[in-house]
Design a binder for this molecule. Structure first.
Ligand code: FAD
Length: 289
């Protein structure tokens, strides 16, 4: 089923998984994780796609597996350096597997980025235009604190509007740890006439060592309260895990109270993270989703 149609009916619970590095040995582990996630009745599971299609084979296989086990896949697709023919190859395979939803992205830039790198698809919008012929429900990424390459949040929001004009019917946000950035994004997007649902993306910070990596990768601000807790509890992995889960639970309940259309959990392929969140929010997911 198309995700925009699900969102028109109900609040969504979804997870993100990524193709394992060692596809041959670790894919079975990921399939076991997917089996575990199934018990939470996710509305969809998204599957990341390497910038430049490095793991395209594995990503397509995982989307196919989700379809087989009855979970709606959301296949990420990055334009980046791919040629239209390469994109058509992957889009055709996804279509043949019955995949109905795609998250269209440019993909992360390599360090030696040049204009030539994204010759055909410099932005997600170019990929969206190319994908229109396939009839997928198309989602796109959005950035509560503005995209790192944008001069301002307003400039980034104008590009978000272009994404909607090119066919995006839902958005999933970058990770954030301060909900006020998400509320500001939604308010400003609505002022610009963007009407599609904006699903907040939450990554429980269960390991203090991930902090620097997340900040470098996503530029997300970590509020002083959370930073203080990481400072105090970071050396104790078991306590840090509880802190990260509790903080995510707080973020989710606040987001739902303020009308978020769903929640997308970045669980880093760890079913136990989903288990711990779900255990604390079972009634919320049952009654409000
Ligand atoms: P774009 O939309 O091209 O945006 C990049 C910059 O260009 C922004 O500053 C934007 O304001 C500007 N811009 C956008 N459109 C236009 C336009 N038409 N004209 C001029 N400027 C424009 N990366 C991966 O490699 N694989 C993944 O699977 C993946 N999944 C992700 C999922 C989510 C939910 C999010 C939030 C990010 C994901 N990323 C992924 C990271 C993403 O690829 C990077 O953030 C990348 O730097 C930008 O991707 P984009 O699709 O937002 O690009």
């Amino acid at each position: 089923m198309k995700i925009n149609e699900i969102l028109a009916r109900k609040r969504t619970l979804s997870f993100e998984v990524f193709p394992p590095k060692k596809a041959e040995t670790e894919t079975e582990e990921l399939f076991a994780t997917i089996d575990e996630l199934k018990k939470f009745h996710p509305d969809f599971i998204s599957v990341t796609y390497g910038a430049g299609g490095s793991n395209a084979r594995s990503a397509v296989e995982i989307s196919g597996h989700l379809k087989e086990v009855g979970i709606e896949p959301l296949a990420h697709l990055t334009g980046g350096p791919s040629s239209p023919e390469e994109i058509d190859g992957v889009a055709g395979e996804l279509k043949a597997l019955g995949v109905e939803n795609v998250l269209a992205l440019r993909g992360d830039k390599p360090q030696d980025f040049s204009k030539e790198y994204c010759k055909y698809f410099p932005h997600a919008t170019d990929l969206m235009k190319h994908l229109q012929k396939y009839g997928f429900a198309t989602g796109a990424a959005c950035y509560p604190e503005g995209h790192v390459e944008s001069g301002s949040l307003y400039e980034d929001l104008k590009n978000l509007k272009k994404k909607e004009e090119c066919g995006a019917s839902f958005f999933i946000s970058q990770i954030f740890y301060d909900n006020s950035y998400y509320y500001r994004l939604v308010n400003e997007a609505r002022k610009l006439g963007i009407t599609s649902p904006i699903i907040p993306g939450i990554m429980p910070l269960v390991n203090a060592n991930n902090l620097r990596r997340i900040q470098a990768m996503c530029g997300s601000t970590v509020p002083i309260e959370l930073r203080n807790m990481i400072e105090v509890y970071g050396q104790n992995p078991a306590v840090m895990r509880e802190v990260g889960i509790n903080y995510a639970v707080y973020q989710i309940t606040d987001l739902i109270a303020k009308g978020a259309p769903g929640v997308h959990l970045y669980i880093m392929n760890r079913a136990e993270t989903a288990n711990e969140i779900y255990a604390r929010l079972e009634n919320c997911f049952h009654e409000l989703f």
